[in-house]
Design a protein around this ligand. Structure first.
Ligand SMILES: *Cc1c(COP(=O)(O)O)cnc(C)c1O
Length: 241
């Protein structure tokens, strides 16, 4: 019984992967790009290694985990050869030491203080850590991230920090059913991405615009996203125990 349930889930993951991939390709094409211009991140929080490995066997080469502890606990069981790993959740400064060097990018950098800590720990290890800057695009009280208005000033400040490399922006827009409103948040993010890139700040490259999740990745791509973070649409609904 157990086995057949797992097999069903493997099958579902495969079907979901095909469907999402073709939707990504279609949205990419509508926005004048190709499937390979968009990175597909499998968001693996709460998902057991067995199923993550199955997704990786399909050719997914980028995963995102939210929690340091969960990732470190699972990673020995994951087949991570050639797979890029990002930390996408809120990172507390006291956890920086545990994660730097263990992931390829820290995507939710939401304060200068955090960037400084990542830089300090990275420098001590003799490495440079890639980071994305998180923008609170909907100005929500409950969310972390820089405000779109103040971020430029902070980017200049963070560009001076040794041990980090700023690679782009990430955002989680407000939950809304209105796809028109959603588009406005995504368009604003894209504009910010262009504006910061145009300043050609030393040590800052606007390569990655990470936005779009299971419910809105097509809209995000249409607005210029080049990295989508997909959890439940790939693995099924999350089970938070
Ligand atoms: C969980 C999570 C996702 C994926 O969400 P889904 O709606 O399941 O695709 C994407 N980004 C972040 C930051 C997340 O925490």
């Amino acid at each position: 019984m157990e086995k057949s349930l797992n097999e069903q889930r493997f099958y579902d993951i495969e079907e979901n992967f095909k469907e999402i991939s073709s939707k990504i390709a279609e949205a990419a094409s509508k926005s004048g790009r190709g499937r390979n211009d968009i990175r597909f991140m499998a968001v693996t929080k709460t998902v057991e290694p067995l199923f993550i490995n199955h997704a990786l066997s399909l050719g997914i080469d980028l995963i995102g985990e939210n929690r340091v502890q969960e990732f470190m606990g699972k990673r020995d069981e994951l087949k991570l050869d050639g797979v890029e790993k990002h930390l996408i959740g809120h990172l507390q400064t006291n956890k920086v030491r545990q994660i730097v060097g263990n992931v390829d990018s820290i995507d939710g950098v939401d304060s200068v203080k955090l960037a400084k800590e990542i830089g300090k720990v990275s420098s001590k290890l003799g490495i440079t850590s890639d980071i994305l800057i998180e923008i609170n695009i909907g100005a929500e009280e409950s969310k972390f991230g820089f405000s779109p208005e103040s971020v430029i000033e902070s980017v200049y400040e963070m560009s001076e920090i040794k041990g980090i490399r700023i690679k782009g922006l990430m955002a989680v827009p407000p939950i809304c059913d209105d796809s028109v409103k959603n588009r406005v948040f995504f368009e604003n993010m894209h504009q910010l991405f262009i504006d910061i890139g145009a300043k050609k700040i030393h040590n800052v490259s606007m390569d990655i615009l990470s936005m779009g999740m299971s419910g809105d990745f097509e809209e995000a791509i249409l607005s210029g996203s080049n990295m989508v973070r997909i959890g439940s649409a790939l693995f099924g609904a999350r089970n938070y125990r």
